[in-house]
Write a protein that binds this ligand. Structure first.
Ligand code: NAP
Ligand code: MG
Length: 404
């Protein structure tokens, strides 16, 4: 059989622990036999990051800007315990944070929906994708613990030294006060990433905030989204027959619960943090969540939303059998291959990626699944398989798909 050709490489970022094992198995079982896979390989495994003083992460991010499509394996974000475990020179920063900062991107998280894995909200039939703004607000705040009566003020000093002052509160006693900020530039980048991604998926875009209460802060978000939409995207949305609309966050929550899914919900930083965990849980499993970082210039980095599944890895190291779900990592690969095909006009490759996704879904829908899914699936007949066994079962379905 002739292997499918590629034109431009994908940026491949390898990672850690159980997901590193899955990474290799996906390539060996489901990709190399069918595709003449071209990647520019960056090993973001913790050992290599330590060896290179984390330069490898910056290089991988730069390569993503160059080639525009990357696929990333989950990686360890070191803490004190990892510094000891890996005898690290330093507590290196989160690779995802570094890459996100370099690309100034927005993260979109979507569930993989399979029949037999019923969401906890019965009306949800299609994925709900959450876009989370990744700058400012409470994550970059300044807080103060008020210990005695006194007044708190908000003071802005411009470059000429002129001050604008507002009273926050006249404290009669103990309390707390906080200052937050955001930037028009960052909000505009977020808005463009969301509009572009909605056009990519051909799905409606919702944006929610609390502008009725926050008449400057949240209202600025609403205004920037509206202005960019009117100037740059209204026409494109009309052509794609999709909609953009703004609504209050509490109204959005009510609509989401009653909806059947199939849209993108853009959230401010904190709302996105909370709502993405709610949506992931309600869709069934973190192991079925995919994630893609989209930059305002149109660079894409695909990955699973979960981590390196450390507990399973330790079991694997002890020689015990594991049943780790590879769906989200597999869909990171197919997402990247589809995007690469689209940019390079490679129909065979796009077709293959779609068939691979179909094969993976059909496998689960036939009742062959890893332990995490078996626990939540309503299918009457289930066969629990181990980590590699699942990939071999997908391969059998894939062979059938490729015959058609
Ligand atoms: P995790 O790797 O997502 O795993 C947490 C638990 O969720 C697992 O122990 C497992 O539960 C279940 N789980 C997650 N993915 C699964 C899968 N594919 N198949 C089956 N079960 C799955 O989170 P963590 O244990 O908090 O973090 C581990 C490491 O990952 C940390 O070093 C962290 O820094 C890193 N991390 C990386 C990323 C990233 O690169 N994007 C994201 C998050 C965390 P059971 O053990 O009950 O089966
Ligand atoms: Mg969270």
């Amino acid at each position: 059989m002739n292997k499918i050709a590629m034109r431009t490489p994908l940026v491949e970022m390898d990672g850690d622990e159980m997901t590193r094992i899955i990474w290799q198995a996906i390539k060996d079982i489901l990709l190399y036999p069918y595709i003449d896979l071209q990647t520019e390989y960056y090993d973001l495994g913790l050992k290599k990051r330590d060896e290179t003083e984390d330069r490898i992460t910056a290089e991988a991010a730069a390569a993503t800007r160059k080639y525009r499509v990357a696929v990333k394996c989950a990686t360890i974000t070191p803490n004190a315990q990892r510094v000891e475990e890996y005898n690290l020179k330093k507590m290196w920063k989160s690779p995802n944070g570094t890459i996100r900062a370099a690309l100034d991107g927005t993260v979109f998280r979507s569930p993989i929906v399979a029949a037999g894995i019923q969401p906890l909200i019965p009306s949800w039939k299609k994925p709900i994708t959450i876009a989370r703004h990744a700058y400012g607000d409470i994550y970059r705040n300044v807080e103060y613990r008020v210990e005695e009566p006194g007044k708190a003020e908000l003071v802005f000093t411009n470059r000429e030294g002129e001050e604008t002052r507002q009273s926050v509160f006249d404290f009669p006693g103990k309390g707390v006060v906080m200052g937050m900020h955001n930037l028009d530039r960052s909000i505009a980048g977020f808005a463009r990433s969301c509009f572009n991604y909605a056009l990519d998926l051909k799905q409606d875009l919702w944006f929610s905030a609390k502008d009725t209460i926050s008449k400057q802060y949240d209202h600025t978000f609403k205004d920037i989204f509206q202005e960019i939409y009117d100037k740059e995207y209204r026409e494109k949305f009309r052509e794609a027959q999709i909609e953009y609309f703004y609504t209050l966050i509490d109204d959005a929550v009510a609509r989401v619960i009653r909806s059947e899914g199939g849209y993108i919900w853009a959230c401010k930083n904190y709302d996105g943090d909370v709502m993405s965990d709610m949506v992931a849980t309600a869709f069934g499993s973190l192991a079925m969540m995919t994630s893609v970082l989209v930059s305002p210039e149109g660079c894409y980095e695909f990955e699973a939303a979960h981590g390196t599944v450390t507990r399973h890895y330790y079991r694997h190291l002890r020689g015990e059998e594991t049943s780790t779900n590879s769906m989200a990592t597999l869909f990171a690969w197919t997402g990247a291959l589809k995007k690469r095909s689209e940019l390079d006009g490679l129909r065979d490759l796009a077709e293959f990626a779609r068939k691979l996704e179909t094969a993976a879904l059909k496998t689960i829908e036939a009742g062959i699944m890893t332990k995490d899914l078996a626990q939540i699936s309503q299918l009457p007949q289930k066969k629990i398989v181990n980590t590699e066994g699942f990939l071999w079962a997908v391969k059998r379905e894939l062979e059938r798909e490729l015959q058609q």
